[in-house]
Design a protein around this ligand. Structure first.
Ligand code: PRT
Ligand code: ZN
Length: 297
């Protein structure tokens, strides 16, 4: 384990489905990076935090070996790797990040009858996630044969190398294109921030805690909106009842207009046109809805 480093290292996917969003999220947490020429390493310009750009499959190993302190990776990849440790894995999911959503599902050829888990007994199941599948089969008390493939899992039934598959699904288009039917979801996945916890008692640990606090602020406000409006004082209680997400508003008086108030509040979730129209009917005017960029509790 390398513990002598004083700069924090975060592993993110170099390309692929998670790379861009992972970097954007870290930038929203206030980190600025300079890409190196070989593009495997990005130096953190404004904080002692560097990025390692790698294949997603390598991220759990980099965390386990202490090469990186944090990593952004699919829960499916993290979970698959965690089950490969004899003891408890040295890393864990610290935060769900809300992008890269998909599910790990069982899918059978469309013509095959039956959708119950018990129909899987004795079958050959192709997957790139043998540990997660074995774990699920054990929980379901089903004995089946796992055929591990590193890619192109969806064509295994047509090739005859398996009877059915266990693979990632997002829109479902790949399954349909291969005449497969989803029968069971064995895991819901999305990009997660992973790392070792508790954080080390040193400067890198303090940086991890600072980043987690900033990340919580970013994640919390992502769906939030700042709503500002004016209204007659008599309409206040009705308007407060119409605020989406039921937040506690700040109500202030308007100089020279004793019968009116100004209201502002952070609403969790979007504020729809219908919400605004309902408040207007109740007497609100001058309504403004603004995105929230940062929040620190
Ligand atoms: O090069 P590197 O090894 O880093 O990348 P990779 O090719 O192994 O991974 P990548 O970039 O494809 O996926 C990275 C992560 O994105 C995955 O580990 C998941 O956590 C997440 N993710 C989200 C997905 C999907 N959606 C997804 N749809 N990963 C893969 N797929 C594939 C799936 O395997 C299947 O082939 O897309 C197909 C199904 O998609 P639909 O939309 O047709 O259902
Ligand atoms: Zn990969």
């Amino acid at each position: 384990m390398s513990t002598s480093r004083d700069r924090l290292r975060i592993a993110v996917q170099k390309t692929g489905r998670l790379g861009e969003s992972s970097r954007q999220l870290l930038e929203r947490c206030g980190l600025k990076f300079r890409s190196s020429r070989d593009k495997l390493f990005c130096f953190g310009e404004n904080m002692p935090v560097d990025l390692l750009l790698v294949r997603d499959d390598d991220i759990p190993g980099l965390l386990a070996d202490g090469v990186c302190d944090l990593g952004v990776v699919g829960r499916n990849v993290l979970g698959e790797s965690a089950l490969g440790f004899d003891q408890r894995a040295p890393f864990q999911e610290l935060r769900a990040l809300g992008f890269g959503g998909c599910r790990l599902s069982i899918a059978v050829p469309q013509e095959q009858q039956g959708s119950d888990a018990s129909d899987l007994a004795g079958k050959r199941i192709a997957t790139s996630y043998p540990n997660l599948l074995a774990n699920w089969l054990r929980e379901q008390k089903i004995e089946a044969q796992i055929v591990t493939l590193s890619g192109s899992v969806e064509i295994a039934p047509k090739l005859g190398s398996a009877d059915l598959i266990c693979d990632l699904v997002s829109s479902g288009a790949t399954l349909i294109a291969n005449q497969l039917r989803e029968t069971q979801v064995i895991m819901s996945s999305e990009a997660v921030l992973a790392g070792c916890w508790p954080a080390p008692q040193n400067e890198r640990g303090e940086l991890i805690e600072l980043l987690l606090r900033r990340l919580d602020g970013v994640l919390e406000v992502r769906e939030s909106r700042l709503l500002m409006l004016k209204a007659p004082r008599t309409a206040l209680s009705i308007i407060v009842g119409l605020l989406p997400g039921g937040p506690s508003p700040t109500v202030t008086t308007i100089e020279g207009r004793p019968d009116d108030i100004a209201l502002q509040c952070v609403c969790s979730g979007n504020v729809s046109w219908q919400d605004l129209e309902a408040m207007k009917l109740a007497g609100a005017h001058g309504m403004l809805v603004l995105p929230v960029e940062k929040m620190l509790a």
